[in-house]
Design a protein around this ligand. Structure first.
Ligand code: PLP
Length: 408
């Protein structure tokens, strides 16, 4: 049976060109970039090239790019690095603003900072489509606010947040604040890179997290854009790598792979693939809504990532749909890859106002550059049958839809 992969938001295959670019840095050009000999210098030159590639992509200086192990580490560095700076400088707790629908890399780190007594955090609500209101962010600002961290696009429902508008508002607020009380603005752009404009000047950002494995790069590499002058304190201390912000010998093959993946995103061929992806995504959404009853499209209808389709099917459990789809050769997800093994309903769907039972019936289908129409057609053929079969078996089945579901 041919296997169909529709879980590109969880991870992507490493592109051939990326792997080819990385290979020498495992085998022949294996030097440590900090070494002065030619082995080291060859590795250093390629790390510098990758840094410049990222800087071009984000429209910033190469010295404002820090390589990390991925999105999670970049997010941690922002939150803990700024909180530590504030605690050390002002000797009082800083205040952070984020949203209720962030990835756990942000949410759990914020919760940890609160539990340790190191920060106060406001978790802002979103509307039923997962969109945040700029006015809510402004209202939440306090005297001790140091950071606003809002994701660019959500990993479960694909909703795009009004990052540029938030950035402009923060800039306006900062004009009236003392320089040392400046609010910094961060976005987790892990799902947005490759689909949305990531020019940090255009977006009015101070910090941006990205990850290699979501864009055809390898796993275990990511980056953080840090605007010059943002007073981050390092999490990893040791050597002076990454401008003193992230000690440890650089992951040279990973960095080269990330540079190559970023370069490829800027090609005309890639842009054409994204345009095709939007059409396929719309075809998928339209047909699921047409052929299956009692289904909700989660997330925003237009402000959503080009590759993302997500639904809640009433009276069934997402996990059962996933297992049945897998038996038909289709790999999908019930939401975030990180929470897919837990039976808790998604915090994102609950924040959008869905009840627990409906939120349990969620699935996420995310397309990639190589997704074909025949693959979507196969999904559209098997999914209605799966839902119908599961509903017949389910204690919440639609034949029982007027009955009150059992307490869970
Ligand atoms: N942030 C978002 C929005 C994500 O979707 C993910 C991964 O799913 C991460 C952060 C974590 O990135 P990484 O897997 O590179 O640590």
């Amino acid at each position: 049976m041919k296997r169909i992969y529709l879980d590109y938001a969880a991870t992507t295959p490493t592109k051939k060109e990326v792997w080819e670019a990385m290979k020498p840095y495992f085998l022949t050009e294996f030097g440590n970039p900090s070494s002065l000999h030619s082995f080291g210098q060859k590795a250093r030159a390629r790390v510098d090239w990758a840094r410049e590639e990222l800087a071009r992509f984000l429209n910033c200086q190469p010295t404002e790019i820090i390589f990390t192990s991925g999105g999670t580490e970049s997010d941690n560095l922002v939150l803990k690095g700024l909180v530590n700076y504030y605690l050390n400088t002002f000797k009082t707790k800083p205040h952070l603003i984020t949203s209720q629908i962030e990835h756990h890399a942000i949410l759990h780190t914020c919760q940890d900072l609160e539990e340790r007594g190191w920060a106060e955090v406001s978790y802002l609500p979103v509307d039923q489509y997962g969109r945040l209101k700029v006015a809510e962010v402004e209202k939440a600002i306090r005297e001790n606010t140091i950071l606003v961290s809002i994701m660019y696009a959500n990993n479960e429902i694909g909703t795009i947040e009004p990052i540029r508008e938030v950035g402009k508002m923060i800039e306006r607020v900062n004009r009236k604040r003392a320089k040392e009380k400046r609010i910094f603005f961060h976005t987790d752009a892990v799902q947005a890179v490759g689909y949305l404009n990531c020019d940090v000047q255009h977006l009015h950002l101070d910090l941006l997290s990205l990850s290699g494995h979501k864009i055809g790069g390898p796993k275990g590499i990511g980056a953080l854009y840090v605007r010059k002058g943002v007073p981050l304190q390092p999490e990893l201390t040791g050597g002076a790598q990454e401008f003193g912000l992230r000690a440890g010998t650089e992951n040279v093959p990973g960095i080269v792979g990330l540079g190559k993946a970023i370069e490829l995103l800027q090609s005309k061929a890639y842009q054409n693939k994204v345009a095709r992806m939007v059409k396929l995504r719309d075809y998928l959404i339209e047909n699921v809504l047409k052929t299956i009853d009692d289904v909700i499209l989660t997330g925003h209808s237009t402000e959503r990532l080009p590759n993302s389709a997500s639904f809640c099917f009433k009276y069934v459990e997402g996990e059962s749909i996933l297992i049945s789809l897998d038996l038909e050769g289709v790999a999908a997800s019930s939401g975030s890859a990180c929470t897919s093994r837990s039976l808790e309903p998604s915090h994102v769907l609950l924040a959008c106002g869905l009840d627990h039972q409906t939120a349990q019936g969620s699935i996420r289908l995310t397309l990639g550059e190589e997704t074909k129409k025949e693959e979507i057609d196969h999904l559209l053929k098997v999914l209605p049958k799966i839902i119908e079969r599961l509903r017949k078996m389910s204690p919440f089945g639609n034949q029982n839809k007027n009955q009150k579901p059992k307490e869970r």
